[in-house]
Design a protein around this ligand. Sequence first.
Ligand code: BG6
Length: 492
Amino acid sequence: MSTRIIPVDAFDFVVFGGTGDLARRKLLPALYHRMQDGQIPEGSRIIAASRDELDSPAYRSLVLGAIESSVPDDVRDTELLERFLACCHHVTVDAGSELGWAALADLLAGREDRVRAFYLAVAPRFFGPICERVGQSRLVTPKSRVVIEKPMGRDLESSRLVNDAVGAVFSESQVFRIDHYLGKETVQNLMALRFANALFEPLWGAAHIDHVQITVAETLGVGGRGSYYETAGALRDMVQNHLLQLLCLVAMEPPESYTADSVRDEKLKVLKALRPITIENAAQLTVRGQYMGLSTARDRIPAYTEEAGVARSRTETFVAIKAEVANWRWAGVPFYLRTGKRLPSRVSEIVVAFRPIPHNIFPAGSGAVQANKLVLRLQPDEGVKQWVMIKDPGPGGMRLRHVPLDMSFAEAFGIRNPDAYERLLMDVVRGNQTLFMRRDEVEAAWRWIDPILEAWENEGTAPNAYTAGTWGPTRSVALIERDGRTWHEETV
Ligand code: BG6
């Protein structure tokens, strides 16, 4: 298996916040890997714009540090690294004043015919001011695009303001709203599985699917991001975007073609079909949790409130939701969503649980016949498992066993699993918006999330406590078990 490179012309990639955490941890390593695979043509430039007083040589030292700490030694190559560093430039720019804008314009001048991407790796309060100055400095060319990351607002209203501010300078076809989950290999594979195989589609709906589970579990706590997290919580940080996007890809109708608007039109319909969760039903359909600390003989895991540096907080670090897509295909099929920090393992997966067989022909003693499951593992070990019943090999009568037909992508294809950002950044350069969220999608997601936030506010209670290293509050188990189902746990 080989990676296929889609060639692009030389481009300028301007990163506001180019010295920050996202740039160092994700964007620079992703671009480095793309250069390694020969996808960044000669003459392309990465131009970091930040308030730091750095010249380009000093910035290159920062880039070197970022690459050294995120790219393993054995895939680092000195000649490549030098070429990469030579593409990197820095301009000191302040979003709130005139400082640096003329210098940035000078650097960009004369290359108006190439793709120019502006990546806003900064806090959302700077999106509007930066776009405005980019506009005033006449930096927007026909081939320009802007990339923004969540949080895009805290609710529907504030997200509209963010979108308006960006939309005042860039047209919708130039706005790339990143949700890095859409760049994950398995997530794209979900579309391949569903729409490049005839096998699943006839079974894909309420007649054959019992329920769907989407779990995104993290072992880490909020760490140094406490001040951001305190304004967000798991519902805004993970569900409004990543989990709902995954739900859309599972539930959407086949798009007419694999093009940005066809795919996004279908996802939008799913978001609009989500049954509202309101003050009346939120207590039955949602669970909020917050992790408590844990002391062991060797270690002490801090509680959320200690990490966030707040004495009391109602911010949820865990959410479980029983959602429903109220349309013909999915009526009555629960979508159980669950995400949290400080859970026992780092695992993200989508489980499509099929209905049980209608009648068991096997004698008692053959073993329980369990329902089929399709498990799409996003991380770690990206891959797909189709759980089926088989006969246990060997003599000794009919003994049935539930086993996975297992396809691990790393093993099957023997390639490095690219980080989601690699794919997405190059999609920006290519101008392909298929894996990016359109404004109406983001707003439809908020329209469903807002009443949940209101219902919680109205309840006026604190989230349920759970101990770090457990699967969230016991109410999360009850949420699914009272329907006679259980959260999927890998046993093989
Ligand atoms: C981010 C959230 O969008 O996704 C973080 O803000 C979270 O809180 C992260 O940790 C998880 O991403 P991944 O790719 O590590 O699953």
